[in-house]
Write a protein that binds this ligand. Sequence first.
Ligand code: PLP
Ligand code: SF4
Length: 355
Amino acid sequence: MIENSWREQLKYSRKTREDLNDFTLTESESAFFKYKGEMDKLPFMVNSYYSSLAENTPDDPIRRQFLPTINEYTVTDTELSDPLGEKQYTPVPRLIHRYRDRVLLLITDSCAMYCRHCFRRSFTGHNDGVVTSDELAAVCSYLSVHGEVNEILLSGGDPLTCSDGKIEEILKNIRSVRPDIAIRLATRIPVVLPMRITENLIGILSENGPVWLVTQFNHKNEISDLTEKKISSLIDKGIPVLNQSVLLKGVNDSVGALEELFQKLVRMRVKPYYLFQGDLASGTSHFRVPIERGREIMSQLRQRISGLALPVYAVDLPGGGGKIPLTENYAIRQDEQNYYFRNIEGRDYTYPREF
Ligand SMILES: *Cc1c(COP(=O)(O)O)cnc(C)c1O
Ligand code: SF4
């Protein structure tokens, strides 16, 4: 594959039913393309790199992430169009200031493909475009008077679908007002379009550091040789890489699938950071796994893999409640003297309250 072919990949993405003639569609997949109900048509787009990772079988974990089904037009009572209630935390256009010391900036509405489980589906694929120089100036002046902000997350959409020039402009402007800030880049590019990670891009990221890259691998089949090579180049140039998976029914909702994924990531020097419970984004109920089951998977994983390989299982509460860890509780009770714990083998231990 040619190093600079990423723009070609995007240009020739599959976007219609006809572009999928090499796939044998299931009834539910075909029905998506034939939908004529009253809801707005949902967008479909996948580049050929990502679709080539899938086997031509309906239950392939990669296919489930790019091939839509009619289920997406089913909106349940508990689902929301702004599942995280972010609108109330937007002091400047595109900037979300939800937690005291960190802000999130929506750089662009474009992605290298549309993930069928995406919780930002009310944002991606619409027409907000890329952050303008004026919008960026407003963000920078906000940052310059909010010294309590230690970290800025660049998100979207996918920030790495922007040109190198735009990315450099964003990083340099942020750096000029806040040389001390940590920049966290949230991107699925290493997974869905690794050829985008060029030498030039790596140079821009490493010159404007500290930049942390947070990506989203959901299954080990998403890790190609090219991906491994690109991740390695990023880390070699001083850009740490973390992973946030989403727990997805039919993709990775088993102990075996997650064990393989997390162990593989550790071998690639990528730290599994979060495993997210599915957000209540409309039309994604067919992907959601009950929290009960998520907890059961996590407790089995804890017995099988190292702490380094184990992410934090968390949920982003609907209505703007924020992220909370869904940790298992090992403290079974406490009294005036002690805490009482039950360990993973089921044996009981105490730890004193005071020394
Ligand atoms: C997830 C998120 C963050 C970052 O949270 P961490 O727990 O530090 O990863 C910051 N701002 C917003 C709005 C978020 O949704
Ligand atoms: S790349 Fe990220 S923002 Fe874009 S569709 Fe996929 S999950 Fe959503």
